[in-house]
Ligand binder design. Sequence first.
Ligand SMILES: Nc1ncnc2c1ncn2[C@@H]1O[C@H](COP(=O)(O)OP(=O)(O)O)[C@@H](O)[C@H]1O
Ligand SMILES: [Mg+2]
Length: 219
Amino acid sequence: MTLSMTAVRKSYTTAEGVIEILNGIDLDVGASESVALTGESGSGKSTLLHLAGGLDHADGGSVIMQGQDLAKFGERERADYRRTQVGLVFQQFNLIPSLNVAANISFHAKLAGRYDAAWELDLTERLGLAPYLSRFPEQLSGGQQQRVAIARTLAARPPLILADEPTGNLDEATGDAVLELMLSLAKNAGSALLLVTHSMRLAHRLDRKVILRGGRIVE
Ligand SMILES: Nc1ncnc2c1ncn2[C@@H]1O[C@H](COP(=O)(O)OP(=O)(O)O)[C@@H](O)[C@H]1O
Ligand SMILES: [Mg+2]
């Protein structure tokens, strides 16, 4: 199993008091498996991805990634985990403005110690980015930046890719095409994929579909 979440709980303290967001998440994602995560706005999908990505701590339960318990990590192990074990594709692309497209794409792969020039060339061609490699992020359209963000994550071949409505700000036809491509490239990379999406059409194209409702996963 790549990712195994068991009885995971998470609440936030707000001005109105404590709000329980996740109250007993059980979710497994197998090696190279793709899982669509759906659920109403505010149901906790992003919160769940943040816990799996080591960006935030669970209040209870366990998050096990390739046999390692995230709760036992110190700061350095947590940073290593984020660098080498997971790839994030969020709606904000978080490209590095001072680096050109080619350097943005190889950045994480190099940090993760998995830089592979041939794979990167293949990715840039399949994502239609070959003509833009020497441009800077601000010289690209939103759709092009999105494809760079996807290429950057795939280039590092992380065991698990966490994608949070990654095409939410693209029109539906473009967004779906990019996601289809991401799906097949993740399979090529051998990465498991946990994808938050509103598109039922797309969710059906993944190996499995789960719903987050009332703080729990319902299949
Ligand atoms: N840092 C935070 N502090 C307080 N409340 C938060 C925080 N992050 C998210 N929430 C609340 O938790 C709930 C779930 O948020 P989120 O995980 O972003 O849901 P989703 O991604 O499914 O739309 C929402 O009600 C949101 O307002
Ligand atoms: Mg969200």
